[in-house]
Write a protein that binds this ligand. Structure first.
Ligand SMILES: Cc1cc2nc3c(=O)[nH]c(=O)nc-3n(C[C@H](O)[C@H](O)[C@H](O)COP(=O)(O)OP(=O)(O)OC[C@H]3O[C@@H](n4cnc5c(N)ncnc54)[C@H](O)[C@@H]3O)c2cc1C
Length: 367
């Protein structure tokens, strides 16, 4: 058993973990990163808002595609086209993206160990036990940052729970080029959620999310037929996305900061998780640098609680049935509505409160 120690141990080297290490390096805080598989490719559409590249100083060479148009397709196949050229969405390849962020962390001073964390001891200051192919580690740290994703081992061990999550089914189809991200609504393909078609370099990623693991195969086949895609040469896969646990979220406990998917910080309705994983990591590191753990929750809630609640409410209202989803697409056909939604999305406009949102919804639906 090899014994190591550091001020901060980061478990998980996805966008949250790698960003935490980069921020720790920037602030001169000694850290170690544990990643169980340095060749892992996180199943992901790879959609990330363009501004994240300058905010987190990420090389733009990682951008595979720049998207300036979103298509929203209703249950009855009506379409709305939303122009986002002022706030483009980028598509990244997660294998390259995660590797590059870890490489930048390593260059900044992080010691990276390829090993799986399997247990923790929280009796005094935390100890994490990890295993690689040929070695066992016992790592002592003042703080742990749990960035080990939706199936977080640290979360299971420290809190004795996993959070609520939804299942996805997705597939890559080669030799198809499209220039927009498509979001499809409908109870026949993804009740209460959406299905997507995202472009990548010379291929597309098609998928959907559901609470119903038994029926997801059926929904996926219906979606393939509805979108006229030939999937005969490809195999569908599945992976979980955490469902934001809202007011029950745990940010910090027993010297452990939970960030990214391990803290369920995925935006409801859109399921964007990459940006919020990086953002939560940088807010947690700021709290560590001030030795004031409670700052993490305070700052995160100040920035995002209202937005997350607002998106959760919109999802519950508009995706509850086909009639309301149809209305949503009609709304998206209006330029003024598109402008407001984009302003909420990029954080230029504050979400309205619950009562006025429901009131606006009632006016839209019943007029
Ligand atoms: C099908 C699908 C499509 C998606 N599409 C998008 C999208 O287009 N845009 C978007 O913003 N979000 C998307 N998401 C969500 C997004 O992928 C996640 O929110 C994001 O990856 C979270 O980052 P993270 O660093 O918290 O966790 P992860 O990216 O999951 O990274 C966790 C890391 O921890 C490592 N790890 C796990 N357990 C251990 C352990 N015990 N010891 C050591 N290491 C460990 C893993 O190997 C992994 O590298 C999608 C998710 C899915 C499933």
């Amino acid at each position: 058993m090899k014994k190591l120690s550091c001020r901060v141990l980061v478990v998980g080297g996805g966008p949250a973990g790698a960003t935490a290490c980069r921020e720790l390096n920037r602030l001169g805080i000694n850290n170690i990163l544990l990643e169980k598989n340095l060749n892992f490719t996180k199943p992901c559409g790879g959609g990330l808002i363009m501004s994240a590249f300058s905010e987190f100083n990420i090389p733009k060479s990682l951008i595979h595609k720049k998207i300036s148009k979103i298509e929203i397709i209703s249950p009855k196949l009506n379409r709305a086209i939303v122009n986002i050229k002022d706030y483009p969405l980028t598509i990244v390849n997660r294998y390259e993206f995660d590797r590059k962020l870890r490489e930048l962390a390593r260059e900044g001073g992080t010691k990276i160990i390829e090993a799986k964390a399997y247990n923790i001891d929280l009796n005094n200051s935390p100890i994490v036990f990890a295993k690689s192919k040929n070695m066992e580690f016992e790592i002592h740290a003042q703080y742990i940052i749990a960035a080990d994703g939706v199936n977080s081992t640290i979360r299971k061990k420290a809190l004795n729970e996993t959070h609520s999550r939804i299942i996805t089914r997705y597939m890559d189809i080669e030799n198809i080029n499209i220039d927009s991200c498509q979001f499809w609504f409908g109870s026949d393909i993804s009740p209460k959620h959406y299905s997507w078609i995202f472009p990548h370099h010379n291929r597309i990623n098609i998928g959907l999310a559901s609470n119903n693991e038994k029926k997801i195969g059926e929904y996926f086949n219906t979606f393939l037929k509805k979108s006229n895609l030939d999937s005969s040469k490809n195999r569908a896969k599945g992976y979980y996305i955490p469902q934001w646990s809202g007011e029950r979220a745990v940010y910090f406990k027993k010297n452990i900061f939970f960030v990214g998917d391990s803290a369920s910080m995925v935006l409801p309705f859109t399921y964007e998780g990459i940006y919020y994983a990086m953002k939560s990591a940088s807010i947690a590191v700021n709290a560590i640098s001030k030795n004031e753990p409670s700052l993490y929750q305070k700052e995160w809630e100040r920035l995002y609680l209202k937005k997350f609640k607002f998106l959760r409410l919109l999802q519950r209202l508009f995706l509850s049935n086909d009639y309301f989803s149809e209305k949503l697409v009609q709304l998206y056909q209006r330029k003024s509505f598109q402008k407001s939604v984009i302003a909420y999305w990029v954080g230029e406009k504050e979400p309205t409160d619950r009562i006025s949102t429901i009131w606006k919804f009632i006016k839209v639906i019943f007029k």
